[in-house]
Every structure is written in structure tokens, then in C-alpha cells.
Design a protein around this ligand. Structure first.
Ligand SMILES: Nc1ncnc2c1ncn2[C@@H]1O[C@H](COP(=O)(O)OP(=O)(O)OP(=O)(O)O)[C@@H](O)[C@H]1O
Ligand SMILES: [Mg+2]
Length: 248
């Protein structure tokens, strides 16, 4: 599994918001993306699953390779979005049952076999660490779940499409410490199966869960390296300042 971002730039109208980004996420594991508000973290994630182009005025330069394939040269955008799942900051529960929330992707892609759908639903909820809590309320509206449960539901929905890469945009920012720990444990388990790119404002979270960490500032990569070294012996002064809280 590999994502290679090469000389990647994004404009919204005339604004350059990502500038010549070179980054690789190789193999399974958790890759943390940190940086000040507005530096382009979300735009980077949305570039990797081809949802950034849904925004007005989007334009790009460079290439993004998914397992060696240039995703911007492919016509089948839906399949890219299936292979690269994304979970947003605010948990989104679609106005339907818990079960249908999980099965949204497989149904969209035409799966009709009831047995298969039911297996996908159970497996995805188990992987998302939510099965025990919702197995008796699969037909209830998903809107009735708690915030932490909705976040895990969003993860289950992404997993149901069997992605190769999972992009998470500040998934814990609205959660309490207990739900945050739950999600972190879950991400740890999932990272054995797929590559996870995690945007977080919580440096402790990056330190706890990520194998590699990247710092972005003003649309550029400042430093990217193994998390241990990144936090203990950063190579760049900007990184040292950022992690010591000087440039928040
Ligand atoms: N659809 C859009 N149209 C125009 N400008 C945009 C659009 N989306 C993002 N931008 C701009 O691109 C820059 C990067 O935004 P982005 O959302 O990627 O930052 P971020 O690092 O995720 O910030 P935060 O930590 O606050 O979520 C910002 O200056 C933002 O205003
Ligand atoms: Mg963002």
C-alpha cells in the first residue's frame, strides 16, 4: 500500500493553498499530519481521495499515485473515493438507520445480496469497535447515537467500502477523553490492515499513535519523519518552535 504525493500544488481560484508537496505514506500504519489552522491539512486529505475537486475554483499541479497509479489520470472517480475512505471532523450520521448508515457505500456500488450486506454491516461495526453497543439497535435512527458513537459509525461506514487508505480529519476533536482513547485504540488495531492518515491538532495524539509525523505550514511541508525523532530531535527550527507551542 502506498500513497505518493509528488510536487503537488492546489489552487482555489487564484489562491495557492498547497505548494509543491512531496510526501509518501508507505505500508500499513498511522501517519499524523499536524500544522496550524489554514495550513492545508484538509485540502491535502481531500486531494488524496479526489474530493477537493468538488469545491469551486479547484485547480492542481503535480501527481498523486495510489499503489503506483496516477489517480488524477483515472476516469473512475467513484472507485478512487471507495479505495481511499475519508472520515470528517464532525461525525456525520446520515438520516437513516444505523445499519443503512454503514451500508451506504456497498449499496451505492450495487451490492444487493442480503447475506453479504448483513455480513459487511457486522464486520464493519466490529472493526469500528461499535458492534457491542449497537447490535440491538441496528434499525434505529443513527441520529440517536452519541457523538463518540457517531464518529465510530462514520469509521464503520468508511470501512464497509473496504478502503486501502483511511483519511481521518481531526476525528477526536469533539470527543471526550474516554471516547478519544477508544478511537485511538481502534486506529491502532486498524493500522495493521490499512494505511491511516490522521490530521490532528493534538500533538500528544500524534505522539501516541503515529509511526511518522508531518508538519505543514502555509501550504508546504516543513518536516516529515519518524514520530519519535520528530518530537525528540526535530531537524528544523520551525518544528521545534511548533511542538514547543511557540507558533500555535
Ligand atoms: N473550497 C475552498 N475555496 C477557497 N479556499 C479554500 C477552500 N478550502 C480551503 N480553502 C483555503 O485553503 C487554505 C487551507 O485550508 P484547509 O481547510 O486545507 O486548512 P486546514 O489546515 O485543514 O485548517 P484547519 O486546521 O483550520 O482545519 C485556507 O486558506 C482556506 O481558506
Ligand atoms: Mg482542516
Amino acid at each position: 500500500m502506498s500513497v505518493q504525493v509528488k510536487n503537488w500544488s492546489v489552487f482555489f481560484k487564484k489562491n495557492l493553498v498547497l505548494q509543491n508537496i512531496d510526501l509518501e505514506f508507505n505500508g500499513h500504519g498511522i501517519f499524523a499530519v499536524i500544522g496550524p489552522s489554514g495550513c492545508g491539512k484538509t485540502t491535502l486529505l481531500k486531494s488524496i481521495n479526489r474530493t477537493a475537486e468538488l469545491d469551486n475554483g479547484f485547480n492542481y499541479g503535480g501527481t498523486i499515485l495510489l499503489n503506483g497509479e496516477d489517480i488524477y489520470q483515472k476516469n473512475d472517480v467513484a472507485s478512487i473515493r471507495r479505495r481511499v475512505g475519508m472520515v470528517f471532523q464532525t461525525p456525520v450520521a446520515l438520516p437513516m438507520s444505523v445499519r443503512e448508515n454503514v451500508l451506504f457505500g456497498p449499496r451505492y456500488f450495487g451490492e444487493k445480496n442480503k447475506r453479504k450486506l448483513s455480513d459487511i454491516c457486522e464486520r464493519s461495526l466490529k472493526h469500528a469497535g461499535l458492534w457491542e453497543e449497537v447490535k440491538d439497535k441496528l434499525e434505529q435512527p443513527a441520529g440517536e447515537l452519541s457523538g463518540g458513537q457517531k464518529q465510530r459509525l462514520a469509521i464503520a461506514r468508511a470501512l464497509a467500502a473496504e478502503p486501502e487508505v483511511l483519511l481521518l480529519d481531526e476525528p477526536c476533536s469533539s470527543l471526550d477523553p474516554a471516547s478519544t482513547m477508544l478511537i485511538e485504540r481502534l486506529l491502532n488495531q486498524l493500522s495493521g490492515m490499512l494505511a491511516i492518515v490522521l490530521v490532528t491538532h493534538n500533538l500528544f495524539q500524534a505522539k501516541r499513535v503515529a509511526q511518522k509525523t508531518v508538519l505543514m505550514m502555509a501550504g508546504q511541508v516543513v518536516e516529515y519523519g519518524p514520530t519519535d525523532q520528530f518530537f525528540s530531535k526535530p531537524l528544523r527550527q520551525e518544528t521545534a518552535d511548533f511542538i514547543s507551542g511557540l507558533t500555535w
